[in-house]
Design a protein around this ligand. Structure first.
Ligand SMILES: [Fe+2]
Length: 241
């Protein structure tokens, strides 16, 4: 399985604090069946988290050396969880923001927790016109989506790929979020399941249990594709749909 969203790089945001945390997280992921894990530290987060690409690459190199030492069999790569704004394409092009795919087409973004920007459709359109494919992190955890899940349908119709958090599917972000997940899965608008792991214990890595739960709604084949084929295509820069 491929995990497209995690904060395992230590001491860059609100994720892993130490390299020991990182190693524990990667052990857990590998034991769960994750073979490739993408570091997605926050960029332009309103709380002030913003990792510079040079530091993120330095940390990734340290972590890769540690996984070799510890004999953890997992491939690592680097992207970011970018806070939503209209100038994301410029940031990707000038190298300050970290996209998923080498061609820079796919990138992961997050919305504010409580609201959805009023101009989101226009901004998404202009980002797509600039040649980029946005992937939305945890729509199910946005308060406006919880109140009206149909917003997700509109965005996905416009080409935004939807990534659910594994723990949301399992009810660990509350009943309402879990219900939204179930609805989105039933509607067939979920593209990816990712861990959004932040630490070894409270928000750990792991996808298998959530894939099993999703499979009860969408069937095993589609649930599996959410952590295998689709993430692989995104990383390769191919066309997903
Ligand atoms: Fe995240």
């Amino acid at each position: 399985m491929i995990d497209l969203h995690s904060h395992f790089l230590f001491d860059v945001d609100d994720g892993a604090r130490t390299i020991e945390d990182t190693i524990e997280m990667l052990h857990t992921a590998a034991a769960d069946g994750v073979t490739r894990m993408v570091a997605t530290p926050h960029q332009r987060h309103p709380a002030g988290y913003h990792v510079e690409p040079a530091l993120a690459r330095e940390r990734l190199a340290e972590v890769e050396a540690a996984t070799a030492r510890e004999n953890i069999r997992i491939d690592l790569s680097l992207a970011a969880e970018i806070h939503f704004s209209e100038d994301i394409p410029e940031g990707i092009e000038d190298g300050t923001l970290l996209p998923y795919s080498e061609d820079g087409r796919y990138f992961l973004f997050e919305l504010p927790v409580t609201t959805i920007p009023g101009n989101i459709k226009e901004v998404i359109f202009s980002i797509q016109m600039a040649g980029h494919f946005p992937v939305l992190a945890h729509p199910e955890r946005n308060f406006e989506v919880v109140a009206n899940p149909k917003i997700v349908l509109e965005l996905r119709d416009r080409g935004v790929l939807m990534q659910l958090t594994a723990q949301s599917i399992l009810g660990k972000f509350g009943r309402k979020t879990e219900k939204v997940c179930r609805k989105l899965l039933k509607w067939g608008v979920v593209d990816i399941i990712a861990s959004d792991a932040h630490n070894p214990v409270r928000r750990p890595p792991g996808l298998a249990e959530a894939v099993k739960a999703a499979a009860k709604i969408v069937g095993p084949e589609r649930a599996t594709a959410m952590v295998t084929e689709t993430p692989a295509r995104i990383l390769a820069g191919g066309v997903v749909n």
